[in-house]
Design a protein around this ligand. Structure first.
Ligand SMILES: Nc1nc2c(c(=O)[nH]1)N[C@H]1C(S)=C(S)[C@@H](COP(=O)(O)OP(=O)(O)OC[C@H]3O[C@@H](n4cnc5c(=O)[nH]c(N)nc54)[C@H](O)[C@@H]3O)O[C@H]1N2
Ligand SMILES: Nc1nc2c(c(=O)[nH]1)N[C@H]1C(S)=C(S)[C@@H](COP(=O)(O)OP(=O)(O)OC[C@H]3O[C@@H](n4cnc5c(=O)[nH]c(N)nc54)[C@H](O)[C@@H]3O)O[C@H]1N2
Ligand SMILES: [Mo]
Length: 761
């Protein structure tokens, strides 16, 4: 047995030590992690999978006919090139588009480059591409908010001051473990999602916290279409409202609290504004419809007496109301988040340990863990001289409708005219909605450049593709908000083929266009890692804590960092609202919001309301063409589309396709049995998937996770069908509302058909 030492590393799904022996990867999870993530198993395949890109690729049509709009993107051949030749070609094209010293041509460059790439504070691909575009073009058109949280983040910025108030500093898992009496889990508390945190996670503490709460006698209520959105070992009452109707359910609860005199008026008076206006809506004074529990039942499908019992239980316990991100990744996604906040305020439990409102607990692993007390290593992206941006999920609109107007946060804005798209570390042909429409959008720019370590549907729509190393193939520093370590991320394996670090690719391009020194500042990677580490080390030293030199840190593999002991924002506000006001217009929680009501371009009502989603509008009965609700949630067996070819992900597939779960009653009607290949169709497209028939999903709902690699073919009628099971083949590309324009990919109306063996081929 060769004596290869294990080396420290870290990833979005956990810290670990690893080594390669005879080309095979061996992994030991971080010894202090109580529940290491099974996603670590996907890494092995990353070293040698045929999907890896080895050499630069240039699209044939682009080489032959030059830059320009081109419908062949997505369906063209590529030629392999030497690095020097490909870099020269790309640099000439960047110069043609205006790159160079003192350039200010960034108005026509889209560099949002949304995506999770890999953990690591230096090789973070999005930071690298942003720094490059700022250096080469003086800036770029960026994107704001995230696919994760847009409708929720935007509404909370108006009515609570900032969504980070809830995601960074309250309530903690520890409070749930020790203090909550009743947990209302909208969207559940899915363990699979808490496996992952952007930048890394060293302590998977969600299940241990839920177990402690359970053993103490706390009760859980799961409000979700899937039973396994709460771990099976946690007993719960399970309510499965129609997806997208939680706001109606919450309004029913609110109405019942009012009727029974259970509203905490003194809390509302002290900490909130606008309740009277909301109450008029609740009681139907303003619109003639009282939001009774019977009214709520007719919309959400949960019986009125259950809604009433739930409201009464919530009023008589210390109740934590958690809303996962999923609820707001939908049409009018602002409403359930805002309404949950209002319901919490009516109950008066906010500010009590273990009580109140929480946004995103269990959506991302590090939410609900105490914040850190020192700054994390940061790589400067330099300054973006272009003010223009898009809400992140409006990328197809941007490329298809240059010059046209749209609204965002009460402002009327115009889409830029984009000539160059540069993407590194994201996979829009996984993450964006209505991929047929995105294909059309990607035909428009003059040139598209993409870096990735693997050949994805996105690289197949690019003109120039540069092969990047993976995290295992380079040194880096790992650190993440709310995670109390800085990890050395030591190189585990040599780069695949001729793959290069994103940094080296950008350095080589920068040099060719005359901005090399500005991009690298003359530093090698190891110089940069030491520079990034130093401010954190210094902060530790100033606090009198163990602050090892870079060399000692690197050898030891990690350094502990302290968590903040000071009370969080929410606690301070509740202790003294006059002295510690929220960053809202009134300084208080806004049940009705003046900034929204005074600006018609906000386009939403001044308080939370129930709005029937357009996509759901004619689903009463079985007569419509698309009667089933698709829930397109996060995958249990990988992160997004990353390492879909890894062992853990592959084991979950059915005949090589993503599994879709369907209720026995819905399957029976369609003569679908376990293991069948099915076709999921919507007005926007179609995808194949492998059926699992199970009553863990609510009747009327099917569930297909995101992340299977988009693999489109056209059938005889010209319809595009994805063969792998990517739900974005069928989702709709519509913004959540005129206020946030957020991603609505979580839900879609569909039909499911059984495929015969003949149809499959
Ligand atoms: N229908 C529907 N769609 C959704 C969602 C949903 O709920 N429903 N959820 C949305 C959400 S919340 C998100 S966050 C998005 C996620 O969407 P993305 O973040 O775009 O998805 P990833 O698969 O993580 O894409 C990361 C890409 O970066 C590449 N990569 C990894 N490391 C490196 C590196 O070092 N360098 C380079 N150059 N590339 C690298 C990977 O190979 C991969 O192709 O999806 C969204 N899409
Ligand atoms: N393993 C793994 N973990 C991940 C990720 C991953 O790709 N893989 N991605 C990470 C990222 S980037 C993000 S943003 C988070 C996302 O975190 P979330 O957005 O919270 O996660 P989802 O899995 O999309 O949805 C959670 C659950 O909400 C339920 N749900 C859907 N619609 C409704 C509704 O209308 N009402 C109710 N009550 N429930 C509903 C679904 O049953 C679904 O399983 O996850 C993170 N964690
Ligand atoms: Mo996300």
């Amino acid at each position: 047995m060769p004596n290869v030492p294990f080396r420290q590393h870290s990833s979005h799904w956990g810290a670990f030590r690893a080594r390669t022996v005879d080309g095979k990867l061996e992994i030991e999870p971080f010894e202090k992690d109580p529940m290491p993530s099974p996603l670590l198993r996907n890494f092995e395949a990353s070293l040698h999978n045929p999907a890896r890109l080895s050499r630069p690729l240039v699209r044939k049509g682009w080489l032959k006919d030059g830059p320009g709009s081109d419908r062949r993107r997505g369906n063209d051949d590529y030629v392999e090139m030497d690095w020097d030749e490909a870099l020269d070609l790309a640099a000439r094209e960047l110069e043609r588009l205006g790159a160079g010293p003192d350039s200010c041509a960034g108005n026509h460059v889209f560099g949002g480059s949304y995506g999770w790439s890999s953990a690591g504070r230096f090789h973070h691909a999005q930071s690298q591409v942003h720094r490059f575009l700022n250096t080469a073009f003086g800036g770029y058109v960026r994107s704001v908010d995230s696919y994760s949280s847009a409708a929720g983040a935007v509404i909370l910025s108006y009515v609570l001051g900032d969504s980070r108030v809830m995601t960074r500093d309250h309530p903690y898992w520890q409070e749930l473990a020790e203090d909550s009496e009743l947990v209302l889990a909208f969207g559940g508390l899915p363990l699979r999602n808490s496996n992952v945190s952007n930048g890394g996670i060293s302590n998977h503490c969600a299940l241990p916290a839920m177990r402690t709460a359970r053993d103490r006698g706390a009760r859980f209520v799961l409000i979700s279409p899937l039973r396994d959105d709460l771990p099976e070992e946690i007993p719960c009452d399970w309510y499965a409202p129609n997806p997208g109707t939680d706001t109606a359910l919450m309004l029913g609860m609110a109405w019942h609290l009012h009727k029974k005199g259970l509203v905490d008026q003194s809390y509302l008076d002290r900490y909130t504004v606008g309740y009277a206006l909301f109450e008029a809506y609740l009681l139907g004074t303003t619109d003639g419809t009282p939001k009774t529990t019977a009214w709520a039942q007719a919309i959400c499908g949960v019986p009125a007496q259950h809604i009433e019992a739930l409201a009464e239980r919530a009023a008589s316990s210390v109740t934590l109301i958690n809303v996962t991100y999923s609820l707001q990744r939908a049409e009018n996604g602002e409403q359930p988040v805002w309404m949950a906040l209002v319901l919490s305020a009516m109950l008066g439990h906010m500010g009590k340990p273990g009580g109140g409102f929480c946004y995103g607990l269990s959506s991302i692993g590090n939410i609900g863990r105490p914040p850190l007390d020192i700054p994390l290593p940061t790589f400067s992206q330099k300054t973006n001289g272009v003010a223009d941006f898009i809400p992140v999920a409006r990328v197809s609109d941007l490329l298809l409708h240059p010059g046209e107007t749209y609204t965002y946060k009460g402002e009327v804005r115009r889409y830029a005219d984009i000539r160059l798209v540069y993407w590194a570390g994201g996979n829009p042909f996984h993450h964006h909605q209505d991929l047929s429409r995105l294909t059309e959008a990607f035909s428009r720019p003059e040139t598209i450049i993409v870096h990735d370590s693997v050949g994805t549907a996105t690289t197949r729509h690019a003109d120039i593709v540069f092969p990047a190393t993976t995290t295992l193939e380079r040194d880096d520093i790992g650190a993440s908000a709310n995670d109390p370590y800085i990890f050395a991320m030591q190189k585990i394996a040599d780069p695949f083929g001729e793959a290069r670090d994103d940094y080296d690719i950008f350095a080589a391009l920068s040099q060719r266009i005359g901005v090399g020194e500005a991009f690298t500042e003359g530093h090698s990677v190891s110089d940069w890692l030491q520079r990034l580490y130093e401010p954190s080390r210094k902060a530790l030293e100033e606090k009198g804590l163990y602050a090892p030199s870079f060399e000692t840190f690197w050898e030891g593999g990690r350094v502990d960092i302290p968590t903040a002991e000071t009370p969080g924002f929410v606690a301070r506000f509740h202790n003294d609202p006059a002295r510690f006001p929220l960053a809202t217009g009134s300084g208080k929680i806004e049940i009705a919001c003046e900034a929204i009501s005074s600006n018609p371009d906000c386009g939403i009502q001044p308080h939370p309301v129930w709005i029937e989603p357009e996509a759901r509008q004619d689903i009463s009965g079985d007569t419509t063409a698309f009667p089933l609700q698709l829930v397109a949630n996060q995958p249990a067996t990988r992160l997004h589309s990353q390492l879909d070819f890894g062992a853990y992900s592959v084991e979950s597939k059915i005949n090589g396709r993503e599994p879709v779960r369907i209720h026995p009653a819905d399957a029976g009607k369609r003569e679908i049995i376990n293991g069948d290949t099915v076709k999921i169709v919507s007005p926007n497209g179609a995808t194949l998937a492998g059926a699992i028939v199970t009553d863990t999903v609510r009747q009327g709902v099917i569930q297909l996770s995101t992340g299977a690699w988009y693999d489109p073919v056209k059938d005889a009628s010209g319809t595009v069908i994805c063969r792998a099971g990517n739900p974005n083949a069928v989702t709709r590309d519509a913004g959540a509302s005129p206020l946030s324009q957020g991603c609505t990919g979580q839900l879609a109306m569909v039909e499911v058909l059984r495929m015969t063996a003949k149809q499959e081929h």
